[in-house]
Design a binder for this molecule. Structure first.
Ligand code: NDP
Ligand code: 8X3
Length: 252
């Protein structure tokens, strides 16, 4: 039996670019009704228009800063005017800021990463839960990362934030057990979105360099998860030179 998303309400945070924008188009193509949030409203407008073009039954957007409780509450109040029944919540807003070692780390970068990747998910979920029906196949999908499973140099706060995302997902799954609401984490590897551009504060050359290497910036010899594609132990074997460069003493 094919499950239909037609006319289901789907809320996506961080829908102005990358995975969030791609999800909006994909859900739109299934005929879903979209509620899109991010800080760049001009970009949200474009994404909403594109989603409608490919088949979204409705596509609405509103300013959202997941780093601020007040903004999250305003966003959800706006969402409530559109629907009383949210079928899918995608907590995608987030990203990395900087690639400094702990010794060189900046408070502003650490705080921004925890605000969006960790507290943002908690705030959005708390605010949206009353709109999510029980026993109707609804889903909460959090966007994690392989970085939540594997550490790398310069990734301390980002890896910690994504590990926190995973624990939030696990906790929520226990808390919602028996309600019929599914809770999951999607944990991608490095992908070419605006992620690296944001991480390197607009330095396109630095972003491209990381992407060209097609691996996390400073991979430690992984004991990765078998389902994590190029971050799996098997894939790690193909990065022998880099792994050697890390040195056995630095493997985790
Ligand atoms: P992008 O930079 O392309 O997208 C990030 C999105 O998050 C943007 O829409 C941005 O919107 C939004 N965002 C960031 N901070 C906030 C905030 N405070 N409030 C609201 N929206 C915010 O990167 P990706 O699409 O790659 O990132 C999406 C998610 O995927 C992130 O959680 C990231 O950590 C994760 N991820 C990315 C990987 C990658 O390699 N690309 C791999 C694994 C996970 P705006 O700036 O307009 O507010
Ligand atoms: C982004 C992927 O490996 O660069 O979450 O941290 S990685």
């Amino acid at each position: 039996m094919k499950f239909s998303l037609k006319d289901k309400w789907v809320l996506i945070t961080g829908a102005s670019s990358g995975f969030g924008a791609a999800a909006a188009i994909a859900f739109g193509a299934e005929g879903a009704k979209l509620l899109l949030g991010a800080r760049r409203e001009d970009r949200l407008k474009q994404v909403a228009a594109e989603a409608k073009q490919v088949g979204a039954a409705e596509a609405h957007f509103h300013f959202l800063d997941v780093a601020k409780t007040e903004s999250v509450e305003k966003f959800i109040a706006w969402a409530k005017e559109k629907t009383g029944s949210l079928h899918v919540l995608i907590n995608n807003a987030g990203g990395a800021h900087g690639l400094d070692t702990i010794a060189q780390g900046k408070d502003a970068d650490w705080e921004a990463m925890f605000q969006s990747n960790v507290l943002g998910i908690l705030r959005m979920t708390r605010a949206a839960l009353p709109l999510i029906p029980h026993d109707d196949g609804a889903s909460i999908i959090n966007i994690g990362s392989v970085a939540g499973h594997t550490a790398y140099e310069g990734g301390s706060a980002y890896c910690a934030a994504k590990a926190a995302e995973l624990q939030i997902t696990r906790t929520l799954r226990l808390e919602l057990f028996g309600t019929g609401i599914r809770v999951s984490s999607v944990d991608p590897g490095l992908a070419e979105t605006e992620f690296s551009l944001v991480r390197f504060k607009g330095d396109a050359a630095a972003a491209k360099k990381t992407l060209r290497r097609n691996q996390p910036p400073h991979c430690l010899g992984h004991r990765g998860h078998p389902r994590l594609g190029r971050h799996s132990p098997a894939a790690c074997e193909h990065r022998r030179p880099h792994r050697q460069a890390c040195g056995p003493g630095r493997r985790r």
